[in-house]
Write a protein that binds this ligand. Sequence first.
Ligand SMILES: [Cu+2]
Length: 241
Amino acid sequence: MKNFKVTLTAIAMLVSIAVSYNAFAGGTIVGTVKFVGENPNYPPAVINKDPEVCGAESKPSEKLVLSADNGIKNALVGVKGVEGGEKMAVPAENPVFPQANCAFTNHIMVVPTGSTVDFPNKTDKVMHNLHSYSMKNRPFNKGVPFGGVISNKFSKAEVVKVTCDVHKWMTGYLVVRDDPYYSISDENGKYKIENVPAGTYKLVVWQEALGRKKVDVTVADGQEVVVDFEMTPKKKRRKAQ
Ligand SMILES: [Cu+2]
């Protein structure tokens, strides 16, 4: 009987080791997103409305922000098709996407699918009129006065572009996403995605001016795999003959 108990304890220990191993299993994908080609040099936004609030000086374009060695800031890198992986929970407090000085404070932000996002205007003594562009979530087009806030629920995963109809240069992106296997590149173009379950997937990079690119990636438990991306300007469409 005593031996039986010892055996049971040993099995229980093995099971707990296996469980904790699984909890920390997974690999990491890291890399750099770089721009290759001729810089389109997007012109700065000319402030032609409400300069007393928005500032009289032009604002640098946020469409393609490059480091000195052409690392791309604000590229979204995501793993596609992780089956049985984690899902992001809807946060208890609404994610916030503020407007300040006639710009969106976060140019790009990821929110879990099902989130209600608040769009406050706490600082600008002007009316903003937010306008969203989406295919799967119902678009909105609403004014946000000084001190006001609008809220919108995003039920479907997709990238939603948000602009302001009053101040045409204002542009931001909300990435509505189910799973946590993504990263937004930093000012040097670097990204890192951790705790990816072992497997072979598509790794997709998206950048607002350059579009989308995907490669295959194989992730192994406890390993780090390096995937660098090179992005080039979109080809101009030829005019119809
Ligand atoms: Cu505005």
